[in-house]
Design a protein around this ligand. Structure first.
Ligand code: HEC
Length: 135
């Protein structure tokens, strides 16, 4: 066991969260979001740790699907954030509600994981190997 092993999962999963959903969220986050976001650090966009304490799912889902639309609608939080980030547009994503939820579960599971921890937390930490996708 390497020295970084014990810090894989900072937060216990909320009750009722399927570990397989976290594994799906992990892959989706890396494929779609990680170029601009980290959970615990500001990259191009805000650090996403604690996002469910700031915003409800009813806001997060339309935001991820089409943030520009939410900004254009005059949503106060969206407009403020957009301006705070030099009006950089986040791309729109053709993800399902369940996929966005899975990403959020993944983010919650990674909250507070120290920077030195491996970013590539593999799905094996959460799911039996037969549910691990990617091949
Ligand atoms: C090209 C860069 C980019 C990509 C890719 C991207 N985002 Fe963003 N995101 C941003 C920026 C910039 C903001 C700040 C708001 C703005 O400028 O529109 C933001 C804001 C957010 C917020 C609001 C954060 C807060 O603190 O309220 C959430 C949630 C979010 N992004 C989720 C995601 C998810 C989930 C993905 C992947 C499916 C993703 N983003 C992909 C750039 C990006």
């Amino acid at each position: 066991m390497g020295p970084l092993e014990p810090v894989r999962q900072a937060q216990p999963l909320p009750p009722g969260v399927d570990p397989a959903a976290v594994a799906v969220g992990d892959a989706l986050f890396k494929g779609n979001c990680a170029q601009c976001h980290a959970v615990n650090d500001v990259v191009v966009g805000p650090a996403l740790g604690g996002i469910t304490k700031r915003r409800p799912m009813a806001w997060l889902i339309p935001w991820v699907k089409n943030s520009s639309k939410l900004v254009a609608s005059g949503d106060e939080y969206a407009v403020k954030l957009f301006n705070q980030y030099q009006q950089q547009q986040m791309p729109s994503f053709q993800l399902t509600n369940a996929e966005i939820q899975a990403i959020i579960y993944y983010i919650n599971s990674q909250e507070g994981v120290p920077k030195a921890a491996p970013v590539a937390v593999d799905a094996v930490a959460y799911a039996p190997s037969e549910t691990v996708s990617g091949q």
